[in-house]
Design a protein around this ligand. Structure first.
Ligand code: GTP
Ligand code: MG
Length: 199
């Protein structure tokens, strides 16, 4: 799929304040610093469409980007970032849950996982929550450029093997790097195929 236009529409602190558009939405979530905003920039080939930072906790709102005037990318805050205190964490958790469960336009939620790390309880719990609530999702492994090329597949397989212990069927998954655009086409083609099937 070719991205011909990508526009920042706005940031909302709550799901019920998000734009009412009826267009399909693809949202990106995962732990703080996993590379959500960077991946959005890589997918759209826009350097600073979504704001990135080496300090975790950069994205604190629900951010909408209109793509090709026909679907949305949504950048969500990271979960599991404890630095901001208990109250702020609760607020973020609630914002994320309400968006994920109540947003009718949400077509697929991409859960980002740093390919270098062993499965972490927070991620596995979140995936379980999605499964229990019937939320359509895919997994995107990020930062593959940080591994030697020969390590990439074994690291992803190791992670997926842990998921297989819990899940009868694996979700769709993608191996990506925002640094070298690995997996960009795969993710975009997946989105394109869903958009075509719901038109
Ligand atoms: P929050 O909004 O804070 O939750 O973080 P985020 O998940 O949006 O992460 P962000 O895109 O801001 O990236 C965090 C850091 O990881 C930045 O320093 C990025 O440059 C770096 N990074 C992101 N993706 C990649 C990647 O594919 N490869 C490499 N080498 N670095 C990456
Ligand atoms: Mg971010």
């Amino acid at each position: 799929m070719k991205i011909t236009s990508a526009k920042y529409i706005g940031s909302c602190p709550r799901q019920d304040m998000c734009p009412q558009t009826g267009l399909p939405e693809y949202a990106f979530i995962g732990r703080s610093n996993v590379g959500k905003s960077s991946l959005i920039n890589a997918l759209t080939e826009r350097k600073s469409l979504a704001l990135t930072s080496s300090t975790p906790g950069k994205t604190m709102c629900i951010n909408h980007f209109l793509i090709n005037e026909s679907w949305y990318i949504v950048d969500l805050p990271g979960y599991g970032y404890a630095q901001r205190g208990k109250k702020a964490m609760e607020k973020l958790k609630n914002m994320i849950e309400r968006y994920v469960l109540d947003r009718e336009q949400l077509t697929c939620l991409f859960v980002l996982i740093d390919i270098r790390h062993d499965p972490q309880a927070k991620d596995l719990e979140f995936l379980e929550f999605l499964g229990e609530n019937g939320v359509p999702f895919g997994i995107i492994f990020t930062k593959a450029d940080k591994l030697k090329p020969a390590q990439v597949k074994p690291f992803a397989e190791k992670y997926l093997n842990v998921l297989k212990e819990q899940w009868e069927e694996l979700p769709p998954y993608f191996i990506t790097s925002s640094a070298n655009k690995l997996g960009r086409e795969d993710v975009l083609n997946y989105i394109d195929s869903i958009n075509a099937s719901i038109q």
